[in-house]
Design a binder for this molecule. Structure first.
Ligand SMILES: [Zn+2]
Length: 59
């Protein structure tokens, strides 16, 4: 008997509004689109959440 468990993990895509550098982070409570996360590590821009998405991992 196969018992597949599908785990969906939510991620946020964060992008600097200046140099457009993107990073993918695990979703954390309270994240929403256009939330300001932090200052960019490579320039003085503001990093914001641009996308929230889920990826499923089948185990
Ligand atoms: Zn930047």
């Amino acid at each position: 008997m196969s018992n597949k468990i599908e785990i969906i993990t939510a991620y946020t895509l964060q992008q600097c509004n200046s140099c457009k550098e993107q990073s993918k982070q695990k979703f954390s409570d309270g994240d929403y689109i256009f939330k300001e996360i932090s200052k960019c590590s490579s320039c003085d821009g503001q990093v914001m959440v641009t996308k929230i998405f889920g990826e499923s991992l089948t185990q």
